[in-house]
Ligand binder design. Structure first.
Ligand code: FES
Length: 107
């Protein structure tokens, strides 16, 4: 399983996200309450990317991750959908490693 280096933890401010594309993988990382999480960039409702603008995955209050297409809201720390057409489904988490402050994603 390859491990791909991304940005530094210190380059990812609290409650922000960055998206990445590798070959056939579209994913994003977030920082939430000091922790870094990674998910496939695919809404469980229609299997399409979530954001409406680059790196914009949080809702207006930055409490949830939001799908721009039909407004589903997901808990940032586990990707569980609390409301919307895919309620009770979840984003697909990806495994990350942090080595010397640099975030790596395994896929
Ligand atoms: S495609 Fe995400 S809520 Fe419909």
């Amino acid at each position: 399983m390859p491990s791909t280096p991304l940005c530094l933890v210190s380059e990812l401010p609290e409650k922000t996200a960055k998206s990445y594309k590798f070959d056939d993988l579209s994913c994003f990382i977030i920082k939430y309450e000091g922790q870094v999480y990674a998910y496939l960039n695919a809404c469980p409702h229609r299997n399409i990317e979530l954001e409406w603008q680059e790196n914009d995955f949080f809702d207006h209050n930055k409490d949830y991750l939001q799908c721009a297409t039909h407004g589903a809201l997901f808990l940032p720390h586990n990707g569980y959908c609390i409301t919307g057409p895919c309620s009770q489904a979840s984003l697909t988490p990806l495994t990350i490693l942090i080595i010397d402050d640099r975030i790596h994603i395994k896929y």
